[in-house]
Write a protein of this length. Structure first.
Lengths: 464, 151
């Protein structure tokens, strides 16, 4: 962490960051202002697309790649090209080091202790809440509930808010492009309470969400509209703000699955206008085992607990029911992912320096480059829109099974994903129970994107 | 690709699988799938007088799974049910650790799979489906409409 990081020219936007870091002090990202509107604007991310569209204004590719130790790995004598970012992302050295340092000199259980290490651990854990709150544009840190990940966040929401607010005959509206994690908890809830689940359809080939159908279904006043911002399969991005506006006008509560979008593009909950949103650290350069549910403070305040135990209780008795603490503590029973929180905060700081809009442009540019080149392969079909809107390219090749493609690519050092991508109903609807996926992130290079087509051509020659 | 997994014989079986397609008048059938990678296969059998008179498969699966099903359906034809069970056990062992004294030579082409733990399931899936099929008699009205090819 030094001036080495900042190879880009200082701009009015990043000058404050670089100056702060040159002093060796992490920038104070959060202002604990109760008025969200009063906070200073986030530094606008810039991406130098004037040359080839694949460089970052604040950090060049060499600098970025130099921060990821996994890139030193080789696979079968080939440099590792990691194109499985939609499944999970790799970690920069500073996140790894932050977690190690935390374990060495700051670790204890949080909140309860009065001793030194507990104070340090609590400070780091609550700092992570503040950092994430700022990153997502939350009104206050207390709107952030730490969970094990996006999946647990959806289960929390379904069990707590859902079980309280959704009843017999009510409708839960989802889309056809949901990951299993934003499908199964709602189906289970619907089964328990006698509600029904409806789906906004996807257009032909998964090119987009059917907005006309979305309008009609939202107008039918479901109790909840839960949808994914960036699906993990189709390479598209749903118009989250527009969908939330429609829902708000109809009085429908909204939940946004932002697992693929937070840390991959700018995400601001106020800008989106949703009621709840969830994300995971491991998809955005942070550790596995931690994620968050963001909810409007007034909604969280009315929600009952869903897991019971230590930390979340106010007063417990032998002879009468316990009372519970205010959010977010009410939803964080047991010892939370403390080390992971420290690591996640560092990942957010890292991404703030790079700029999430730059990350988005870079990932989408690489995905488009790869898509254009592989499109020429006979029998290859790309799912989703004609032009990539996210860093994800999912495809199937006639006569070559996805599992063999991924195995073949691994022999050349390239990590692809094969299967149904935890979206079985969608892939079945698209007529492809098994497909391959390449997904790009900030540390992927143009060379890696260009290598995909050659590997796929060779795989076709080998298997077909 | 230079490795021991995709041998030429195995590739031939995956590119042009034997016994692929619907079986007329099956007496037993089952579907199998691998939730991890999306392999889906159906195995249909005609068991007569305690022996496998015919065996076929359909589905959409990777090269390893398809080749395994192709070889398997050939090998079990004519075997008694206990002999099929014994062969299945031996094959599972072969796929798991590469050692199996009593498998027909044709199956040995799949022996390399044990070096690739994530692919063991691919090779074994047809055999698991076979085991399941042998326990699942087809209802008479189902037999009339035998399963169509998935892919």
């Amino acid at each position: 962490m030094s001036s080495r990081v900042f190879t880009g020219r200082p701009t009015p936007d990043n000058a404050q960051f670089s100056l702060a870091f040159e002093n060796g002090t992490p920038p104070l990202i959060l202002t604990r202002s109760a008025d969200a509107a009063a906070k200073p604007p986030k530094p606008a991310a810039t991406c130098d697309s004037s040359k080839d569209g694949y460089t970052f204004a604040r950090m060049d590719m060499t600098t970025i790649r130099g921060q990821f130790p996994f890139l030193r790995e080789a696979v079968n004598g080939h440099p590792l090209a990691y194109l499985d970012n939609a499944a999970s992302s790799q970690k920069p050295e500073r996140v790894i080091r932050r977690m190690a340092r935390f374990l060495e000199s700051e670790y204890a259980n949080v909140h309860r202790g009065v001793h030194l290490l507990s104070e340090r651990a609590t400070a780091a854990y609550e700092d992570a809440r503040s950092v994430l709150a700022e990153f997502l544009g939350a009104g206050c840190p207390e709107e952030i509930v730490f969970t094990r990940g996006t999946t647990e966040a959806v289960n929390l929401l379904a069990n707590s808010w859902g079980f309280k607010n959704i009843g017999q005959g009510d409708t839960i509206l989802l889309t056809e492009m949901e990951h299993h994690s934003n499908l199964l908890p709602w189906q289970h809830l619907a089964g328990r309470v006698g509600a029904k689940v409806e789906f906004v359809p996807v257009l032909e080939n998964g090119a987009a969400l059917d907005m006309e159908a979305a309008r009609a279904l939202i107008a039918g006043r479901p109790k909840l509209f839960a949808f994914v911002q960036i699906p993990n399969t189709l390479g598209l991005e749903n118009p989250a703000s527009e969908l939330c506006r429609l829902a708000r006008e109809a009085g429908v509560t909204t939940f946004v699955d932002a697992a693929q979008s937070v840390g991959h593009r700018p995400v601001d909950v106020r800008e989106i206008g949703c009621d709840f949103l969830a994300c995971s650290a491991h998809k955005m350069c942070g550790p596995s085992g931690i994620g968050a549910l963001w909810g409007r403070a007034e909604l969280l305040a009315e929600m009952p607990p869903w897991q019971y135990g230590g930390e979340m209780v106010d007063r417990a008795h032998y002879d009468r029911p316990a009372t519970f603490r205010e959010p977010p503590a009410r939803f964080e029973a047991g010892t939370p992912p403390i080390i992971e929180a420290a690591g996640w905060a560092e990942a957010v700081r890292f991404l703030n320096e790079v700029g999430t809009e730059a990350v988005r442009k870079h990932s989408v540019a690489l995905a488009n480059l790869a898509a254009e080149q592989i499109r020429e392969i006979p029998g290859l079909r790309i799912f989703g829109p004609g032009v990539r809107e996210s860093g994800i390219v999912t495809f199937s090749i006639e006569g070559v099974h996805a599992h063999d493609v991924a195995f073949f690519a691994n022999e050349r050092g390239m990590a692809l994903r094969a299967g149904h991508h935890c979206a079985q109903p969608l892939m079945r609807k698209l007529g492809s129970p098994s497909s391959s996926r390449a997904s790009f992130y900030l540390y992927n290079s143009r060379e890696e994107a260009e290598a995909l087509a050659g590997i796929l051509r060779d795989a076709v020659a080998f298997f077909r | 690709m230079d490795n021991e997994l995709y041998q030429e014989v195995l590739l031939q079986h995956s590119k042009r699988p034997r016994n692929f397609g619907p079986l007329e008048n099956p007496t037993h059938a089952a579907d199998g799938h691998n939730a991890l990678c999306g392999d889906e296969i159906s195995v249909t059998l005609r068991i007569e007088n305690g022996k496998v008179a015919d065996a076929k498969f359909t589905g959409s699966a990777c090269a390893i799974c398809t080749a395994s099903a192709s070889i398997m359906t050939g090998e079990v034809k004519g075997l008694t049910c206990p002999a099929v069970e014994a062969l299945t056990q031996h094959f599972r062992q072969l796929a798991k650790d590469g050692t199996a004294p009593e498998v027909p030579a044709k199956l040995e082409v799949l022996g390399g799979v044990h070096q690739f733990p994530q692919r063991v399931k691919c090779a074994v899936l047809p055999w698991e489906t076979l085991t399941s099929a042998m326990k699942t008699p087809v209802e008479p009205d189902q037999a009339a409409a035998s399963p169509a090819a998935i892919s």
